[in-house]
Design a protein around this ligand. Structure first.
Ligand code: GDD
Length: 324
């Protein structure tokens, strides 16, 4: 049994991770900040998890949580997760998604040295670190070249993970490409599309407004990526691992797969583009080469792109149908 600390436990990945580790008999602790409205509901739905007050922006408090829990494993999933929002709050993004990682690593190293046992850390890195990528697909050696405040913050966290690894901390940086589930909020494009498809499919009316339809992303299934993070934490040697499916689709491909699922074939009648959703800079294509993660910590994608789209649309249809 491992004692595990998760930052960002109330997010999509944090929830799947906590459920998986609890089911395996691990002792699960999560850090939540006082303004996290999801915390009370999360605790009610997940008895057995210990929640600790802490804020990624408060270095001393964050260190105290690591110290108090004394974990064997830390998963640093917290921070700003929306690339779009990072353009509105670049400094906050740098603090929560960048600098806080250094605090986690430093606290873990101190704990490791004091306790005389390994403290394994997983940093949830992101394909956004590659930005306007020098090559396609991207792997662990692809130059880091972010084009968004979010990508720059994650790039710092990714680099400082390497620094602490060279100091003897068992820190794996999992470079996660887009990964989706019904737990995604509608601020992300896939959920925005599937919830609109369900609504328009049920009512026969409505228009979906999107930004850049040409962006290509490598969309995987979130529980698979959580599995990869656990494998990376427990792998004998810490490293950087690209976690991806290896296939990219455009935003308009996603729309073209989702709408027919609800019986809508006339896309132009229900789709428009709106400049408000276009980012100042948007990486044109992010698609990962996960050969290393498949070989070593043994990432195994379980769902295809089409299955992911279908499951998501079906979920939103069912939810909307139940709500009347
Ligand atoms: N959100 C959103 N809303 N995105 C849109 C829209 C829209 O209306 N229209 C087009 N897009 C495009 C974005 O410009 C981007 O190219 C793509 O859809 C995906 O956007 P998001 O779903 O918001 O995800 P993301 O790629 O920016 O970020 C996600 O993946 C990263 C890994 O690459 C997040 O999960 C990040 O936390 C994660 O690191």
């Amino acid at each position: 049994m491992s004692r595990v600390l998760i930052t960002g436990i109330t997010g999509q990945d944090g929830g799947y991770l906590a459920e998986r580790l609890l089911a395996e008999g691990d002792e699960v602790h999560g850090m939540v900040h006082s303004g996290d409205d999801a915390a009370a509901g999360f605790l009610a739905g997940h008895p057995g998890i210990a929640l600790h007050d802490g804020d990624l922006g408060d270095s001393a408090g964050l260190s105290r949580v690591v110290e108090a829990v004394g974990p064997d494993e830390i998963y640093n999933l917290g921070g700003i997760s929306s690339v779009a929002f990072s353009w509105e709050q670049p400094v906050l993004t740098a603090e929560l998604s960048g600098v806080a990682a250094a605090v986690v690593f430093q606290s873990a190293l101190q704990l490791q040295e004091r306790a005389g046992r390994r403290v394994a850390v997983v940093q949830a890195s992101s394909s956004e670190i590659f930005g306007d990528a020098a090559e396609s697909p991207q792997d662990e050696e692809t130059p880091v070249r972010p084009v968004s405040p979010y990508g720059a913050a994650k790039a710092y966290a990714h680099h400082i993970a390497g620094v602490y690894r060279s100091r003897g901390l068992h820190v794996a940086s999992c470079i996660l490409f887009n990964h989706e589930s019904p737990r995604r909020p509608t601020t992300f494009v896939t959920r925005k599309i599937t919830s609109a498809a369900a609504r328009i499919g049920l009512t026969g009316t409505g228009v979906l407004s999107l930004g850049n339809l040409d962006a290509r992303r490598d969309w995987g299934w979130a529980p698979d990526y959580v599995d990869a993070m656990v494998r990376a934490a427990r792998h004998e040697s810490p490293d950087d691992f690209v976690v991806a499916t290896g296939t990219s689709h455009s935003v308009s491909d996603f729309v073209r797969s989702a709408f027919p699922r609800v019986g809508i074939e006339d896309l132009p009648a229900h789709l428009e583009t709106d400049e408000a959703f276009v980012r100042p800079v948007d990486a044109p294509e992010l698609v990962g080469n996960a050969t290393k993660a498949r070989r070593e910590p043994q990432l195994r994608p379980t769902l295809s792109f089409e299955e992911i789209v279908d499951r998501r649309v079906d979920h939103d249809l069912a939810t909307l149908g139940e709500g009347g």
